[in-house]
Design a protein around this ligand. Structure first.
Ligand code: ADP
Ligand code: MG
Length: 712
């Protein structure tokens, strides 16, 4: 391309502004100045008019943009004095986008378009742009334009501007704040979108500097495309300049990603395969088989995970109440039962799936946090954790029981309202966390104690547990029959893996033996993860509606179970919360078949997986003793009742002798009154002691005397 002079550039810009109706917009902006200060020009308009100019913009953005701003000036009505309109170039075509991980030094000074999720966003703070100094000796005002993080002072009081000519050493320069001018600035950090990271790669980050009227609009978790110029700044280490430079994007414009048009591309061929799958009567068994085929068994759990992929329909009622559609599932169990394996698989299959650990080392943890950016300029910065980054996706959180206290309290809000509020150090924000949560946790003591109720053994607040639609215990119970199957499966799949690796070696004449062909077939997902992801993506656009039959089926089952709780002293088996879960699961089941109607079969599927949860967690056996309050109190009703009876018994003991009682009295009373065995009575005695319900007052005749701490 021929060298373009500044004038010819300005002229070209003038033509573009006229050709594409930007002139009227400039007038409107001038009228509304300074509320409006930017003119957004579409990249395609430049490209259509003059593709050379568009290319020049990409390589010499500063030159082209300043020519554009000069051209704009010509169209500002002469009556509007002091109006300065910034030129913002937006809607850069997708094929010109640069991935964060591909940014290199050759891009310095180029105009880049980069997409990502906002991980951090700082407060908006003014930065001095035109600094005015006063010479301490002669009082001359000196203007220094600042374009760097470090304040530049005058080197001398310039004679040519009427100053005294003294150098910095022999005078002082005092900054005049009131005469200086400032611009708003904000730092943000974006990270690659999780769905672009396959195979457990770590996300990479890019810092971006936003200025003026663009500040204050982006929040952590937002999916944006930032367009701007790649710049560098020198890194400093304890005051010393280093040869290493840091890069950042000086933002020219910000585009939001269209949530409906984004990310996953479904070709015509894909669509055809998806249609075939949707029509397949075996779709569910195929999907279940496709979730971690190397993991043996766990079919009900896998079916629940399939439903979670699709999720129910989120609703906003007429009165503004929101009901979540996302399904939350918790896997809790013994170590080595493939929980982590399932989680990482699910993060991989789900569009917008994120795998995180409750022990996460970042300050934002699972939810969000306001942190002070100590390494940078010390501003307060809002940082998004896994649940915010997984907005509209699936957050797979391993070691959920190890999360911090702060996370645990925000999780309640995140899982029900699907937002996360942060209020700290002047930062108040409510971030969106519209995601499903798939959690994994270990029992308190590392392994389930099979004699104790399951719920008391999960190290999480019961109120948080009750937010999960489904909870599945993973018990590792030695059982020769099952163990043989699992061992055979694991060993054979390893052996098969070895053979496959060996076949890749050209020298080897390895062939898969006939009797392994079946296994090879079974270990291969019926639907490959790539296609399943697209299938889910399309299915989630469907809004199924409950049919009369589905409503009837859910109601019937709900009432049937509730009936178990009728009568004196019975535990409440399930509550309306579970009914809502049924609805979500049924809707998900319809989506899984790509159907816009929730049928009785969908309701049955929802009931089937829920029943498994009730059966294993709420009680023992098919219907026996289901007790929903286990979820909220961690104890089954009979244990809650027993403790109450013990307390009554202690009150009686005290009535008998207000001085207190010894352990033997306690045990004997428990024998007599409650028909309790000695061992159990002793356990309750120890428990009351350790819970601080009773304490030792004195010793008499070699025996410790106990009293209740307070009114029991
Ligand atoms: P957890 O997170 O429950 O402690 P992991 O997911 O780390 O367990 O699993 C440990 C290993 O055991 C994994 O390599 C997993 O594949 C294997 N494993 C456990 N259960 C099964 C199973 N049912 N079928 C196949 N492999 C299994
Ligand atoms: Mg694990």
């Amino acid at each position: 391309m021929v060298e373009q002079t500044q004038e010819s550039l300005v002229q070209k810009w003038g033509e573009i502004l006229e050709e594409y109706d930007y002139v009227q917009k400039i007038k409107t902006i001038s009228d509304n100045y300074p509320d409006k200060r930017s003119l957004k020009v579409l990249y395609d308009d430049i490209d259509h008019y003059d593709s050379d100019l568009a290319s020049l913009l990409l390589t010499s953005p500063e030159k082209v943009i300043s020519a554009g701003e000069d051209a704009i000036k010509e169209y500002i009505p002469p009556t509007e004095e002091g109006v300065k309109i910034s030129l913002r170039i937006s809607d850069i075509p997708k094929d010109l986008r640069t991935e964060v991980r591909k940014i290199r030094s050759k891009h310095l000074g180029n105009f880049l378009s980069v997409e990502g999720i906002v991980k951090r966003a700082s407060e908006v703070r003014p930065r001095v742009h035109k600094a005015v100094f006063e010479c301490g000796r002669c009082g001359t005002n000196i203007i220094i334009y600042q374009d760097d993080a470090i304040l530049h002072e005058p080197m001398e009081c310039p004679k040519e501007e009427g100053g005294c000519g003294r150098a910095r050493g022999s005078t002082r320069f005092k900054p005049l704040i009131s005469k200086s001018s400032f611009i708003d600035t904000q730092n943000v950090e974006i990270q690659e979108r999780p769905e672009k990271l396959r195979g457990g790669a770590l996300a990479q980050f890019l810092t971006a500097m936003i200025e003026e009227d663009q500040t204050g609009y982006v929040y952590p978790g937002d999916r944006i495309i930032i367009n701007g110029i790649l710049k560098t700044r020198m890194m400093r280490k304890s005051g010393n300049q280093m040869t290493l430079f840091d890069i950042y994007l000086e933002v020219n414009s910000i585009d939001r990603m269209d949530p409906d048009l984004e990310e996953i591309e479904v070709s015509e061929e894909d669509q055809q395969k998806i249609d075939e799958l949707a029509a397949d009567p075996d779709i569910y068994s195929k999907m279940v088989q496709s979730i971690s085929p190397t993991i043996y068994g766990l079919n009900i759990e896998k079916e629940a995970l399939v439903l979670q992929l699709f999720g129910g329909v989120g609703k906003t009622m007429e009165d503004g109440t929101k009901i979540r559609g996302d399904i939350h599932i918790l896997l809790v169990g013994d170590p080595g039962t493939a929980k982590s394996q399932l989680l990482s698989q699910m993060a991989n299959i789900t569009p917008r799936g994120i795998y995180a650990s409750g022990k996460s080392s970042t300050s934002a943890g699972l939810t969000a946090a306001a942190v002070k950016d100590e390494s940078g300029d010390g501003r307060w910065t809002l940082e998004a954790g896994a649940l915010v980054l997984a907005d509209k996706g699936l957050a797979c959180v391993d070691e959920l029981d190890k999360m911090s206290k702060q996370d645990s309290s925000s999780m309640h809000e995140a899982m029900e309202q699907q937002t996360i509020s942060v209020a700290k150090a002047g930062i108040t924000a409510t971030l969106q966390a519209r995601c499903s949560v798939l959690g994994a946790a270990n029992p308190k003591e590392g392994r389930f104690d099979r004699d104790e109720y399951l719920f008391g053994q999960i190290n999480m607040p019961p109120t948080l547990l009750s937010r999960f639609d489904l909870i599945f215990p993973f018990m590792d119970k030695p059982n020769t029959k099952e163990d043989t199957k699992i061992a055979t499966h694991i060993l054979r799949s390893h052996l098969l893996g070895e053979m496959i690796m060996k076949m890749k070696d050209a020298e080897s004449d390895m062939e898969i033996p006939e009797d392994f062909k079946d296994m090879l077939e079974n270990l291969k997902p019926a639907i490959n993860p790539e296609l399943l992801r697209k299938y889910v993506y399309i299915a989630k656009k469907i809004y199924p509606v409950l049919s009369d039959e589905a409503i009837e089926a859910l109601k019937k089952y709900y009432l049937e179970v509730r009936k178990l709780g009728e009568g004196e002293g019975k535990a409440i088996p399930i509550t309306a919360r579970q009914l809502e879960a049924f609805v979500r699961l049924s809707e998900a089941s319809a989506r899984g078949r790509m159907s816009s109607e929730v049928t009785a079969d969908d309701a049955e599927r929802a009931i089937k997986v829920s029943k498994e949860f009730f059966r294993r967690v709420l009680g023992r056996g098919e219907y026996e003793g289901w007790d929903t309050d286990i979820v909220s109190t961690g104890k089954p009703k009979e244990q809650r009742d027993k403790m109450k009876m013990i307390k009554d018994m202690v009150t009686d003991l005290m009535r008998h002798d207000s001085e207190g009682f010894i352990e033997d009295d306690f045990v004997k009373a428990a024998n007599d009154v409650l028909q309790m065995l000695d061992s159990e009575a002793k356990r309750y005695f120890d428990k009351m002691k350790s819970d601080g319900l009773i304490y030792q007052t004195t010793t008499a005749g070699g025996k410790d005397i106990y009293k209740p701490t307070r009114e029991l």
